[in-house]
Write a protein of this length. Structure first.
Length: 420
């Protein structure tokens, strides 16, 4: 069964009402089952996302931390995006690259892609997320060419690009792609058309079934997410959980990840985001960790360094670092328009140094090239630009603050999300 069929069985508004009606006993019951290492149900997820779980955030955060360290060790993966093009055929109300915005359009050529690769490699990064707008002009052929250029330099390559056909994903996997992220933006059918006004992305169902096509094509990892700020964050998170459970059961050999993009300032902005502050982000992340001890959770540079320094130990497994969100942003054309403004401006080396201070091991790549029988041209790396990755270790208690508390980030300011 495809995910669209699963999604159609649930009404977004009814889910929001069910979550709002959860009680303290529901939240405590879900937490107790998570503590007992039982597999949580979607009803448990609803309880953990509900207002009734608010008094239990500290306990959720501590358990989320413990489960994450048990599964992943005290490690955090570091990665950065490489924007290849801002050309896009879609009109999305929340994005600076939207087709109606009169901005200079740019697509990196071979030389510029290699220039960007050199700049990212000099930062010590070995795990790169390739990002594009959605345009058939820069479809599979362009992406395959980029992968072939970059594969000898980076052992771990991921993509966040337009939805493709299953055969295209399979071809990209053959060129060294390991991961595809495809955010649904919103699972709310009443809201989706309000923000996707024109272009292929207006087809909500096609996007909903994209992760299934990625799974069938045999990619190693599928990334999910909602763009927080478009609709009710609790119901959005529950639908992300529904999608996650579907993928875990259907493609059980494929790893999964969840990201937490929320609306940021951008060119042509003009919408008012629904509330989703730092406290809500922590509650969602902890709920996902208790719901799925295996899923990887990513926290991007959209968030502030202050918040990331507190929140990273609450269940997250990867951080972007030193991100530029414009094509050529690292070296080839630093002045081009960014998709959205980042907040945490620290370099990867600074983020890695912070993690080491906290007792965590920064991990610089996802897959080693030898796993795929491929080699890279990279030589030994310099200290400060990062060291060769070591196995993700274990160590209960690692990464905790001296007083054993891990939930300091659960005490958030509750401020409204930045307008995008
Ligand atoms: S969100 Fe993606 S599809 Fe929409 S305008 Fe931006 S780049 Fe294009």
């Amino acid at each position: 069964m495809s995910f669209v069929s699963v999604w159609e069985q649930h009404d977004f508004t009814a889910v929001a009402r069910t979550i709002a009606a959860k009680t303290d006993a529901d939240a405590r019951g879900a937490l107790a089952r998570a503590r007992a290492r039982q597999i949580l149900t979607l009803d448990d997820l609803a309880a953990l996302l509900s207002p009734a779980a608010a008094p239990w955030i500290e306990e959720m955060a501590q358990l989320s931390h413990r489960l994450t360290v048990e599964r992943f060790g005290p490690t955090i993966q570091l990665y950065a995006p490489m924007y290849l093009t801002n050309v896009c055929a879609n009109i999305c109300t929340y994005c600076g690259f939207s087709a109606q915005n009169r901005i200079p359009r740019k697509a990196l050529d071979d030389r510029e892609i290699l220039t960007e690769a050199d700049a990212l490699a000099a930062l010590g990064l070995e795990h790169v997320l390739l990002v594009t707008g959605e345009s058939s002009r820069y479809g599979t052929a362009y992406l395959r060419r980029a992968l072939r250029l970059l594969r000898p330099r980076f052992p771990s390559l991921a993509m966040e690009v337009q939805p493709l056909a299953e055969a295209d994903y399979a071809a990209l996997a053959g060129d060294g792609l390991s991961t595809v992220l495809v955010y649904q933006e919103t699972y709310d059918p009443a809201v989706y058309p309000l923000h996707h006004l024109k272009g292929p992305k207006a087809d909500m169902r096609h996007r909903l079934d994209t992760p299934d096509r990625i799974g069938r094509a045999g990619l190693k990892k599928i990334g999910l997410g909602a763009l927080y700020g478009l609709s009710d964050w609790r119901a959005e998170s529950w639908f992300v959980g529904l999608h996650l459970r579907h993928l875990e059961r259907t493609f059980w050999r494929t790893r999964t990840s969840i990201s937490f993009p929320r609306l940021r300032p951008h060119e042509g902005q003009g919408i008012t985001p629904t509330p989703f502050g730092e406290g809500e982000l922590v509650q969602a992340a902890c709920a996902f960790r208790l719901f799925s001890p295996e899923v990887e959770l990513a926290l991007s540079t959209r968030e502030s360094g202050r918040f990331r320094n507190h929140a990273f130990r609450l269940g997250f497994t990867s951080l972007s670092a030193g991100s530029k969100t414009n094509p050529g942003g690292y070296a080839a054309e630093p002045g081009s328009l960014e998709q959205f403004a980042t907040d945490d401006q620290r370099s990867p080396a600074e983020v890695a140094a912070f993690l080491r201070q906290q007792g965590y091991e920064p991990v610089w790549k996802d897959w080693d090239a030898t796993y795929d029988g491929a080699g890279t041209e990279r030589g030994p790396r310099s200290e400060g630009g990062g060291q060769k990755s070591e196995p993700r270790g274990r160590g209960p208690g690692a990464g905790e603050t001296p007083d054993g508390s891990v939930a300091t980030a659960a005490h958030h300011d509750g401020t409204a999300p930045a307008a995008r």
